[in-house]
Every structure is written in C-alpha cells, then in structure tokens.
Design a protein around this ligand. Structure first.
Ligand code: ADP
Length: 528
C-alpha cells in the first residue's frame, strides 16, 4: 500500500482522505474501544496539520443533573501542552457557558471559523488558549447528540474548505457509529450477564420452592400415615368385636344383623382409609413395592376364595381358570398384587347383576426356567357380564375419584380403586387394559413379568371356610403386648375361647417383667 507510506508526496486533501481511511479502519478493527478512538485521532492529527484534536462526551452533570460535557480523548501536535488530565475540562456546563455551540451542534451543524470573528463571550474563553481558528463537528448516535470532536489551529487563521468540513463531519459520523456499536455490545453483554444472573436466581428459587413443596408433601404423607394408623386402631376394635359378637350363640337374629352391619360399615371405612393412604403415597411418589417369595397357586386360590364368597352372595357364576404351567414360587409384592386383583374382581362382582365372572391366569411364556434370573410373563384377565362402560368414559375410570355409569352403583365405592391399581401395576411393569361394551360386560387385563422363586417357603394355608373352635395338644400360653387396650382386648376375646391362656402387657417394660416371671409359647406385639 504505497499510498500510506509516501504521505509527503500527496496533496493535502489526499492526505486528509488517507488519514480518514486509516482512522476509520482503526475504529472498525481495534477491539478496545478507547484505543480505537485514540488510534483514529493519531491518524488524523498529522494529516490535518492542526495543534489539537479532542472529543467531548455529553452527559448529565453528576451534581446538578443539568447537561454537561467532558473531554474523553485528545491528540496534540509536538510541543503542544496536553490537556487530557486537566480537571477543568470535565463536567463543563457548556450549554450555559457556550450556548451558541450547544444550539448549533445539537442541530447537527458544525462550529467553524476564525476566533477573532466569534462572539465576545467565546473569544474570552478561546483566545487565552492561543487558538486562532477551529472546527467543531457534532457526534450523533442516531438522533441522540452524543458529543463533539474539535480541531484547533494555533498557528494560522485557517480557512476550512467545504470538502474538509464534509470529510470531518463524515468522520464524526463514523466515530458515532463505532460508539453506538460498542454501546450496543456492552448493553448486550450486560443484558446477558443480568440474564445469567436472573436464570441463576430463578433456578435457586425454583430449587428452594421444590424443596419446600417436597417437605410439605413429606409432612402431608407423614400426617396421612400417622392419621390412618390412628384411625385404624379404633377400627380394629370395632371390627374385632363385631366378629367376636357375631360368633356368640346368644344373639337373636335382629341383633346379629345389626352386628353384621357394624362389621360391613367398619370394613368399608377401613377400605376408604387404606385407599386414601395409598393415594397420598402415590401423589408423594412414595408407593414402593416390597417383594417376597410366595406360593403362587396358593396366593391365587386365596384371592379367588375371597371373591367367590361375594360372587356367590349375588348368585353369580364364578369361574377360575389357572394355567397348568403356572410357576409354583414367584417373587412379588403379595399385598399389592392381591389388592389389584381384589379390586378388579370386586368391581366385576359389584357391576354385574347376572351371569358369570371369569378369572383367568395364564403363563404367556417363561424364560430361563431353571436359571437364577428366570422370569414368567403372566397374564391376568377378569371378565364379567355386567353393566359395561361407555367408550367415552373408559379413559376416565383410571382417574382418582372418577365413577361412571349408573348412579346407584356409585355409593358403594370411592372411585379410587382403579387409579391405585393402575399405579401398582405400572410399578410392576405392566398396564391395566380395558375392553368393555355397554350393557354386555367388561374385560380388564394386565401382563406382568414375575421372577420365578426356586426356594420359596409355603406360608399360610388357605382357609376352607369352616369355623375354628379350638386346637389339639397342650394349652399354650401367649403374651399380648400392645399399648392400646382395645387391640389387646380383641386378641384376648378371640384367642381365649379357643383354649389359649393369654396374658397382657401394656408396654415393653411390662412385657420384659412378665417374661422374667414365666415362660410363654408365643408373644404377639404391636408392630408399631
Ligand atoms: P369404585 O370404588 O367406584 O369401584 P374404581 O376406581 O374401582 O372405583 O372404579 C371406577 C369406576 O369405573 C367405577 O365407579 C365404575 O363406574 C367403573 N368400573 C370399574 N370396573 C367396572 C366393571 N367391571 N364394570 C363396569 N364398570 C366398572
């Protein structure tokens, strides 16, 4: 670029253009904005042959808030005293002391000319500084009067040509453009930082809100668990005594009927309490499975027995078909699986007036039958010939507290059973599906994979519906430990008629005293 290396051979207007080109290049390419303006002034100074170039920025006066201006950049020729550190050139209330300047510049016009021709008030300020002629051009950022650039000549009374004036006005425009870009960038950076800060604060707030909600939920679950325990204890007394009274030979038919109603209402209340507790656990995502090895056919038989009694009472046929290939031992949450099956079978009985309830359990396939990780895929199906469900309502029935169809059937339930059952089956890795036709009947089914247990222990034997009246062998002595008298009393009344000798203890200390004094065959304690 020979143009930049041989400045002396160029005409003064070419030199000016060259200086403006270098200055603009500096404004566009130098990252540090303070340095880039300084570089622009350094490029312009020598080619313009002036004594001082300076840039002032407008701003509100820090104390009065009135318009003021401060020098930000400066270039001086050799031998000229720099003024950049002069405190008098900061916060100048110049609309007040140089009102003509402020008016002219703010209308995008330059101040130009020989100082001796300037108004007296201006001469008094400028002549003591040795300035003979000057050109001041406004710097605008869009329509905002940002400041001005001034060029002082102390050597000669220079006549500024129109082309120089126009070139410097254009230069001031470039400086304004560059400043506007830095301002936008710095605003953007600030905005980004504020945004990041806000995101951080909001995340922390959300985290805190989540913790609060979780602890509130935990408190609710704990309350529900305690409450349901508190409600169940007196219910045990009611249900236990209703059973004991029902066994009594002395009751007349009417009283027996009354006792049975007490028992039914108590049972219903117990179901409600258990359902609400389950639901609150589901909401708090605290419903967990607790698996153990069970004898699968015996387990199913137990479920069938309970449901067959209800179905017989309604005069319905009950058919139970178990696959011959069912695994004997499986690992599952016995209590929860029973709860699901009893809910589905119970609904089938409840919503069927005539016909058949068919319960089918099928082994779809078993994998790795002898290995440690053997699994059986079991399909459970409950089919009834009951009222059925309208297609539009099928999606609703799995929602909490939703009951559909005929209102007279609703009183018996809570609308919670299916919501809870679906959640349990989902935890077991399956999904309850429904197929139903209004007026014809419904099929509820689900498939789950159950690990096969090889070393299962057969536990409780199933009851055959006969009444227990006593036991053979020597009389056994039992110790019943429970802080609630009603719980102890139910056990005593149940077990003593069968021939057991029962001793009561109200707490652990009393129980230990009793154990020191005599020998017991079995101790029954409150699990809580
Ligand atoms: P509920 O305590 O009312 O039985 P569920 O959640 O178990 O609550 O069932 C919700 C609703 O789904 C029932 O109220 C009933 O309208 C409908 N439903 C469930 N099972 C059957 C069925 N086998 N036949 C017809 N309707 C059923």
């Amino acid at each position: 670029m020979p143009l930049f290396h041989q400045p002396n051979k160029l005409s003064s207007s070419d030199r000016l253009l060259q200086g403006i080109a270098i200055a603009t290049n500096g404004l566009l390419t130098i990252k540090d904005h303070h340095k880039s303006v300084q570089a622009a002034l350094n490029a312009l100074g020598p080619v313009m042959d002036v004594d001082r170039i300076y840039i002032f920025q407008n701003h509100p006066h820090p104390e009065t808030g009135e318009p003021a201006s401060s020098q930000r950049w400066e270039w001086v020729a050799e031998g000229v005293q720099p003024e950049i550190d002069n405190p008098e050139l900061q916060n100048i209330p110049y609309p007040e002391i140089l009102p003509r300047w402020y008016d002219t510049l703010s209308q995008k016009q330059p101040i130009i000319g020989l100082i001796k021709e300037f108004p007296k008030t201006e001469r008094e300020i400028l002549q003591p500084q040795g300035i003979l002629s000057m050109l001041v051009v406004p710097i605008f950022i869009r329509d905002y009067f940002w400041g001005f650039a001034g060029f002082d000549d102390c050597q000669q009374e220079r006549q500024w040509s129109d082309s120089t004036k126009a070139a410097l006005m254009a230069m001031a425009g470039s400086i304004g453009g560059a400043i506007s870009q830095w301002e936008t960038e710095s605003n953007l950076k600030q905005l980004n930082e504020t945004l990041e800060e806000r995101v951080k604060t909001r995340t922390a707030e959300l985290e805190q809100a989540k913790e609060l909600a979780e602890s509130a939920n935990d408190a609710k679950s704990e309350f529900m668990a305690n409450m349901s325990h508190e409600l169940r204890t007196p219910l045990n007394g009611i249900l236990g005594y209703a059973q004991i009274l029902n066994r009594s030979q002395k009751l007349a038919e009417k009283e027996r009927h009354g006792v049975q109603i007490i028992y039914q209402c108590g049972s219903h209340l117990l179901t409600l309490i258990n359902d609400i507790l389950d639901l609150s656990k589901i909401e708090a995502r605290k419903l967990e499975l607790s698996t153990q090895e069970i004898h699968f056919p015996a387990f199913l038989q137990g479920v069938v027995e309970i449901c067959r009694v209800r179905s017989d009472k309604k005069g319905l046929n009950f058919s139970y078909q178990a696959d011959a290939n069912l695994p004997t031992g499986v690992i599952t949450d016995e209590k929860r699986l029973r709860q699901v099956l009893i809910n589905l079978l119970g609904n089938a009985v409840k919503f069927t007036e005539t016909g058949t309830i068919a319960f089918t359990v099928e082994n779809i396939h078993s994998s790795d039958v002898t290995g440690e990780n053997s699994m059986a895929c079991i399909n459970f199906q409950i089919k009834d010939t009951g009222v059925g469900i309208a297609e539009a309502e099928i999606d609703k029935i799995f929602q909490s507290f939703e009951q559909v169809g005929d209102k007279k059937n609703r009183a018996e339930g809570t609308g919670l059973g299916l919501a809870i059952s679906q959640r349990i089956v989902q935890l077991m890795g399956g999904k309850i599906e429904v197929n139903s036709e209004l007026g014809k009947g419904s099929i509820f089914s689900f498939q789950i994979n159950l690990p096969i247990a090889h070393n299962w222990i057969q536990k409780v034997s199933t009851s055959n519906g006969e009444k227990i009246i006593g036991y053979e062998g020597v009389p056994r002595h039992l110790l019943v430990v429970d802080d609630r008298w009603e719980n102890r009393s139910v056990l005593v009344e149940l077990l003593e008629p069968l021939g057991f000798k029962v001793t009561e203890a109200e707490n652990g200390e009393e129980a230990l005293d009793q154990l020191r004094q005599q020998k017991f065959d079995l101790m029954i304690t409150d699990i809580h």
